[in-house]
Each structure stands twice: as C-alpha cells, then as structure tokens.
Design a protein around this ligand. Structure first.
Ligand SMILES: [Zn+2]
Ligand SMILES: [Zn+2]
Length: 296
C-alpha cells in the first residue's frame, strides 16, 4: 500500500521528497513547474540528479507529476491546441529527466465542438506526442477522470476508454481516478452498491489493469453536481465509508493514492494516519483539521 499527497515543489523539485516523507507519505504527487504559466524552466542535470537522490534518501515509492491546468488538447483554437501539445511534451521531457514514472493530466475540454470531436482531437494529440517522444516510454501518460464541468471530456469512464481505443501506443497510457471528480460526475461511491457499480463500470470500459493512481478527495458539492470542489477526507458529501473501502478493497488498495484535499501538509499527516488505521480495520473518529491549503 502506498499513501501520499500532492506536496509543494517550492524551491525546486529536489525539495519535495523530504517534504513528503516528513508528513508520512510513501508516494508523492508534484507539479514539476509553475502550473499557472505557460513558460517553464528546463530541468538541469544537477536538478535531475538531486531529485533522484532526494527521492531515494526519503524512501519515496511512486512519484506522479500533475500537468498544468492550462493544457487543453481538445482546444478549438489551433494555436491553443499546438501550445497545449508543446506544453505536455515539455511535461513529459521533465518527467523523463527527473525519473518520474507517472504523468497525470486532464484529457481536455471540447468547447462547443461536441464530445466525439473532443475525443478525436485528444487522441490525435496524444498520438503526435508519442511519435515526437518515442524513447520516453519510462513515463506512463495518465488520463485523469474529471468532474464534468462545462465541456470537459473524461467524466464518464467510457470517454476515457474511447480515447484509449484510438491511441496508437496504448501500452504508454494509464488512468488515475479522482474520487471527488467521480462522485461529481455521477458515480455513487458514497454507497456500497454505488462503489461496486463504479468499479464494475471502470473495469468494463477502461479495464482495471490500466488503473495506475488514485486521487483521494472528498467533495464539497453534492452527488452528480458536475463541479470540482475538493473537501477534507470524510468531511464532505462522500463521507468516510468510501475512504475505508478504497484502502481495503483489493481492486484499489495496492494502487498509489495521493491526497489533494485542502488540509495542507499538517492536515495530510493526520489524514494519512486515519487512512492507514482504516486500512488496518480500525474504526477511528475523523481527525480534527482546519482547512489551510488550496485544494487542487
Ligand atoms: Zn487533476
Ligand atoms: Zn485529482
């Protein structure tokens, strides 16, 4: 079992592994760049070496990078699409240099062009990306399910499967399921029957063998609201039972899990402790945490 959180890379990626270890992370998610701007500094050899050494020293297992939110592979404007493809290529390059094996990104938003056109545009862009970077196969390209806000593609697992059916190199891809996004998209994971139904549908469409990461977030917004608002574990509309299930269900318990809740580092430490206790079958009360961080 690997439990972790999205930790800060302030001061550079080499500082992230120790930050994760300090709060009890087995695995970490990071941004390899400032994700609010298009411009990114290239990774230097020194920085890459320092990151690998820091990761080994801190004993961090899986590392996932979350790509910039500005990227939209299905953008209507060809310039924006081109810019997005270039930016995702740079994200891939940085992961390759840093030795990060999982690159997570949101599939895109089709604007008013329709779902089919969106799925096609995303698959085309991913095929171009794979052709431009044939040697970077050590980095799995990870599609994240989304809440379904606006015209975003990937709220339904069937949409992720449709993208994966059209990629030329399916072996280079994986999927990360965000619990808050799935709940907002209409999967009723707050109930036991809904939880089972969600994974049955995932297996039938994407396939459980493609599940490479989980984002653990409760939701501030109700079921099927198609909005993306992360809450503290167990304190939102999903509630604690789903998170007890996620750390014990054989379908999910061995997949690296990353918190993206608004708890902030001190709160994540407590959420990780609660999740580990839940994995051990202990029925602890939820930790008392003030919201300090900005949820992703
Ligand atoms: Zn995300
Ligand atoms: Zn997420």
């Amino acid at each position: 079992m690997e439990l972790g959180a999205h930790v800060s890379t302030a001061g550079g990626p080499p500082l992230a592994p120790a930050r994760g270890r300090d709060i009890g992370c087995d695995c970490i998610q990071i941004f390899t760049r400032n994700q609010r701007t298009w411009k990114a500094k290239p990774v230097t050899t020194e920085e890459a070496d320092a990151f690998r050494a820091a990761r080994t020293k801190a004993g961090i297992g899986a590392v996932m990078s979350h790509a910039s939110y500005l990227i939209n592979l299905a953008a209507k404007d060809p310039d924006k699409r081109e810019k997005s493809l270039r930016a995702l290529g740079e994200e891939l390059e940085r992961c390759h240099l840093l030795g990060i094996e999982l690159l997570n990104f949101h599939p895109g938003a089709h604007m008013e062009r329709g779902l089919e056109a969106g799925i096609g545009a995303i698959a085309d862009a991913l095929n171009t990306l794979c052709r431009l970077h044939p040697e970077k196969t050590g980095v799995t390209l990870v599609l994240e399910n989304v809440a379904g806000q606006g015209s975003t593609v990937g709220a339904d697992f069937g949409e992720l499967a449709a993208i994966l059916e059209r990629v030329e190199r399916p072996e280079r891809f994986g999927v990360c399921v965000d619990t808050a996004h799935a709940f907002a998209a209409g999967y009723a994971l707050h109930t036991e029957a809904g939880w089972d139904e969600m994974w049955r549908h995932f297996d039938e469409t994407v396939g459980l063998s493609r599940l490479v990461g989980l984002h653990l977030n409760d939701s501030k917004v109700p079921h099927a609201s198609r909005k993306d608002r992360h809450a503290l574990i167990g304190r939102g509309e999903i509630g604690p039972a789903a998170f007890r299930r996620i750390v014990t269900d054989p379908r999910t318990r061995d997949i690296p899990m990353f918190l993206e809740t608004p708890a902030g580092p001190d709160g994540w430490r407590l959420e990780l402790e609660w999740l580990r206790a839940a994995a051990a079958g202990e029925d602890r009360p939820l930790p008392e945490i003030g919201e300090t961080g900005v949820a992703l």
